[in-house]
Write a protein that binds this ligand. Structure first.
Ligand SMILES: [Zn+2]
Ligand SMILES: [Zn+2]
Length: 273
């Protein structure tokens, strides 16, 4: 089984430590591939994004690491790009601007009529956002998340979709259940868009090892649909420090095997599970 991680954040955005420290940690772990995916700059930049003025320095640093990594470890240059309709730049803009190898498309900020709902900060902000922006209607809020994700897949065509059901993170089955028909239907529509656009789904372990969520992104029933529709999957830990490079990696591979997957597929290689 190949060890790899294409979803990582360093000191260039909201991660800790230099990209070079990730490279060293990856070498110690025996990784064959390491990708850097800083949060792309967005207008009115939140503190967790790469700063526009550091963009070229980031690109230069990853390109330097490509040269020093040695033949055993392939380094890839990427971004995790947010999609907010009419606000963010097209993904193709970033792909060309710093000549990226790949991008992960993610929705962290959901556009509503009354403002923008940040799903990935502290829990209080998540609940407050549903109250203030969606009138406390969780179905409306989460449906808007899936709707925006579908539009991202169709119009931006990311190589990989990041944590595709992250809107569930702070809910913990409190205000809505993933068993409700509207939820299942919304997730299914996204899965169909992913299939049509040949997007790779990541099994993201971050919620589990940070203790913010009791399950992976996405949930098993969505992974079962991916298998059914022959959608390629890969494992990511969304590491924010070098010691998270392989957090829950083995467990995630086991889950994929238990569901029935035989291999993983990234934009660059396939590997037996
Ligand atoms: Zn993310
Ligand atoms: Zn991330």
């Amino acid at each position: 089984m190949q060890l790899y991680n294409l979803h990582t954040h360093s000191c260039f955005d909201d991660g800790k430590e230099s990209p070079e420290n990730y490279l060293r940690a990856a070498q110690e772990l025996g990784f064959s591939a390491l990708g850097f995916s800083a949060h792309a700059p967005i207008p009115n930049p939140p503190p967790w994004c790469l700063k526009q003025e550091n963009l070229h320095q980031y690109a230069e640093e990853i390109n330097r690491l490509k040269k020093i990594a040695g033949p055993e470890l392939k380094i890839y240059h990427g971004l995790e790009i947010d999609y907010i309709p009419d606000i963010t730049e097209d993904f193709s803009y970033w792909m060309q601007k710093i000549n990226l190898d790949y991008c992960i498309g993610s929705v962290h900020l959901v556009k509503g009529n009354q403002g923008i709902w940040f799903i990935d900060g502290p829990a209080e902000g998540y609940f407050e956002g549903v109250r203030n922006i969606f009138g406390g209607d969780y179905k409306k809020a989460v449906s808007a998340f899936f709707h925006q994700s579908i539009a991202m897949v169709k119009t931006q065509k990311p190589d990989i979709i990041g944590h595709l059901d992250k809107a569930k993170m702070h809910n913990k089955e409190l205000h809505f259940s993933q068993n409700e028909p509207w939820y299942i239907e919304a997730a299914e529509k996204l899965i169909k868009a992913i299939k049509e656009n040949k997007t790779i789904v990541e099994l993201n372990t971050r919620g589990l090892y940070t203790g913010k969520c009791e399950e992976y992104f996405p949930s098993s029933f969505i992974l079962e649909q991916c298998l059914h529709y022959h959608i390629p999957v890969m494992v990511s830990t969304d590491a924010h420090q070098p010691n998270q490079l392989n957090s829950y990696f083995d467990e995630a591979c086991k889950l994929l095997k238990d569901i029935g997957f035989k291999k993983i597929q990234t934009p660059f290689f396939e590997s037996e599970l």
